[in-house]
Write a protein that binds this ligand. Structure first.
Ligand SMILES: Cc1ncc(C[n+]2csc(CCO)c2C)c(N)n1
Length: 243
């Protein structure tokens, strides 16, 4: 069977595909996590999705900050303009996200009152830290599992034989990332990694870049797991006390 998510992003022999291949186990654990499979067949407990959605709002805010750092680290005025546009899109997305949460029965007040989970803090601050310590290539590599990974996740879901469409409560979520507009954005992110790999010595820096990419993929998998843990009532004690 064709596996378009394996070939749809980055050029063959390019840095993106090399980074992805170098952490095959982490990448699989992220992009085909039980949370993702349960979205595909519609069996994900609503409590898991709600926990994920609230934390994803907090995630987006810090993702916008990481993109703002990419503006600062950009090396041309064209690249700076592209980042301004990305930041604007993410900040608009945070507003849409609050409305989307309301559709799931989560009030704006509840979202705003929820503290960041350890999984949200560790992932977003890790990305920002790699960007602060490194250059634009380090930062783009730390950001890529988020941007490109979700496009791959959507393709995997769409090609899953266990995929359920009728009555699947997660159709709108899937559609967001399967949309051509989002897929193109992810392809552009992988192409940026390939281009920076050539211009910024990706070969010599590969061990460090690979460590960053694989750590970001591992933290994405933990983010899904945080959602599942909430459905199992396995949230940390200190967070239970707040409910
Ligand atoms: C944990 C987590 N990881 C990735 C995304 C996806 N995502 C967040 S911002 C952005 C760029 C385009 O706006 C994309 C694709 C998410 N929502 N949550």
């Amino acid at each position: 069977m064709a596996r378009p998510w394996e070939t749809g992003f980055g050029a063959e022999g390019g840095l993106y595909r090399r980074l992805r291949a170098a952490c095959a186990a982490e990448w699989e654990a992220y992009t085909w996590h039980p949370f993702v499979r349960a979205i595909a067949d519609g069996t994900l407990p609503l409590a898991a999705f709600r926990r994920y959605l609230i934390q994803d709002y907090l995630f987006l805010i810090h993702f916008a900050r990481a993109k703002a750092l990419a503006l600062f680290k950009a090396e041309s005025v064209e690249a700076m303009r592209a980042k301004v546009s990305d930041i604007g899109a993410i900040l608009s997305e945070t507003l849409m996200h609050l409305r989307y949460c309301e559709g799931w029965g989560i009030s704006q007040a509840e979202v705003l009152a929820t503290p960041e989970a350890a999984e949200t803090v560790s992932y977003t601050r890790y990305v920002i830290d790699r960007g602060l310590a490194g250059d634009i290539l380090d930062l783009e590599v730390a950001l890529a599992p988020c941007t490109v990974g979700y496009a791959e996740v959507a393709l995997r879901i769409e090609h899953d034989p266990g995929r359920r469409r009728e009555g699947n409560p997660y159709e709108t979520w899937i559609a967001t990332y399967a949309a051509p507009g989002y897929q193109a954005l992810a392809q552009a992110a992988a192409a940026r990694i390939d281009a920076l790999g050539v211009s910024h010595g990706g070969e010599a820096r590969f061990p460090m870049l690979s460590a960053i990419f694989s750590e970001a993929a591992r933290l994405e998998a933990r983010f899904w797991q945080m959602g599942l843990d909430a459905a199992r009532g396995a949230a940390p004690e200190y967070e239970k006390a707040r409910r």
